[in-house]
Design a protein around this ligand. Sequence first.
Ligand code: NAD
Length: 261
Amino acid sequence: MYNDLTGKTVVITGGATGIGRAMALRFGQEKANVVINYFGGNQEVEALVSRIESYGGKAVGVYGDVSKEEDVKKIVTAAHEQFGSLDVMINNAGIENEIPSEKMTLENWKRVIDVNLTGAFLGCRDAIDYMLKYKIKGTVINISSVHEVIPWPHFLHYAASKGGIKMMTQTLALEFAPQGIRVNNIAPGAINTPINAAKFADPSLKAGVESLIPLGYIGKPEEIAAVAAWLASSESSYVTGITLFADGGMTKFPSFQGGKG
Ligand code: NAD
């Protein structure tokens, strides 16, 4: 636990499920104020808010589509109105779908770029604008993916969006370091969440993914939440502009294991 997160206000986009949900619970355990953006029904969020409150944190759910400028403004404004601050912005909302590149329509391409990259841009922009206005030395955490470096056929839009997040993070880190605002990326490997539940329900597909992971197992959302808590805390005070890979070694060329190659 990081004592300095108590009472800090943390915004998490796409926070009702998967990695976002685990982060919301973790920041609740840290007794932070959590703004949970959701983009589906509100039942999951209501249960999440109650659990966070039972830990001693505070939380509120805010509906919104991160690809819409006005919705992201509403999410950031909710942090100010509900809790009077915004210290940690986590751009986590993301989507993916498998389409061979030659069949990918412009609409397919745009939707993934709009949610994953433009959504993260809007979250970064509005959060940083707020932090500058109130002289908050805050932290922005973007959720990219191992596919910011690993090419991914049939997921061209997704890989392009995550590669874009990588360079956006580095540029913003450089631009706002003088004001003490840190901007970092977390790149998860394969994590068991709703985004890939169907794939991991198939034993042979699951085994195929596991064979790409040197640590030998599919990660848990809580293992990403632990990284986010560290990056949000002052324990990482000298860290900005990085991508922290939490991927069980997936980006370390597993096909070379055992001296192959
Ligand atoms: P998930 O599907 O549970 O989470 C994605 C969340 O984004 C959902 O809550 C969804 O409602 C929300 N969302 C979708 N479109 C939105 C929109 N337009 N506006 C606001 N919210 C929207 O899956 P997850 O695995 O928890 O994904 C979280 C992030 O982690 C994503 O950015 C994903 O690309 C990234 N990631 C996941 C993995 C993995 O293996 N699970 C690996 C690498 C990166």
